[in-house]
Design a protein around this ligand. Sequence first.
Ligand code: ADP
Ligand code: ADP
Length: 227
Amino acid sequence: MIEFSDVTKQYPDGTIAVDGLSLTIESGSFTVFVGPSGCGKTTSMRMINRMIAPTSGTISVDGKDITTSNAVQLRRGMGYVIQSAGLLPHRTVVDNVATVPVLQGVSRRAARKSALEVLERVGLDLALATRYPAQLSGGQQQRVGVARALAADPPILLMDEPFSAVDPVVREDLQNEMQRLQAELRKTIVFVTHDIDEAVKLGDKVAVFGRGGVLQQYDEPQKVLAS
Ligand code: ADP
Ligand code: ADP
């Protein structure tokens, strides 16, 4: 469980991005932060893995205040996927996915073997595994991005507009893949989007953001559309 208690973030220029946010994200839930641009969704997500520190308030993971955890340890438990897959350009697809496990001490051979398994799981054609990222389409790169985030089998997956930059047909494909994966893996997923249809399709919990934080939370995503 991830818990925000009265969390505020003010950037050095004075912008208050998040204002007194309290929110509980249940373990194993697919929680979507949805709302217009600029209302603090990304800032909130980045505070979960300590990329950004709150100005006040506390965030805990499984009851433990994250400011008391070691940042590297904390991030090991969290895969992170962003809009541009952010792959390493000079490494092949399989090595991109194997990188984190290798850094964590897994042998290269074992890491490559499990990287191929994860790539298969996210639906990538394995013939692409020895290519470089630039040789893949945007949608294929995003699949690799998801595989990389899952490679070390973290319990938490943070996803920031992961499918916004791909065309609608591929996006739908990736969304379906995510649904299938989550049914299998039951991670705690925090997913940021500005697309209400995507939120309702993927989320089992939806937090609708307005300026500075959550306006309303829904346990039944369909109700977002009714409101
Ligand atoms: P969202 O993800 O909902 O689009 P963000 O969390 O990115 O919202 O941004 C929330 C607010 O904080 C916006 O007004 C944005 O301009 C501002 N903001 C984001 N990052 C910074 C920063 N590094 N410095 C100053 N203001 C920022
Ligand atoms: P650090 O980022 O603190 O130097 P490592 O490079 O050892 O730590 O990475 C540990 C874990 O944190 C890896 O799973 C990596 O994918 C993840 N990670 C690294 N940097 C970031 C980041 N900026 N945002 C989210 N996760 C990250």
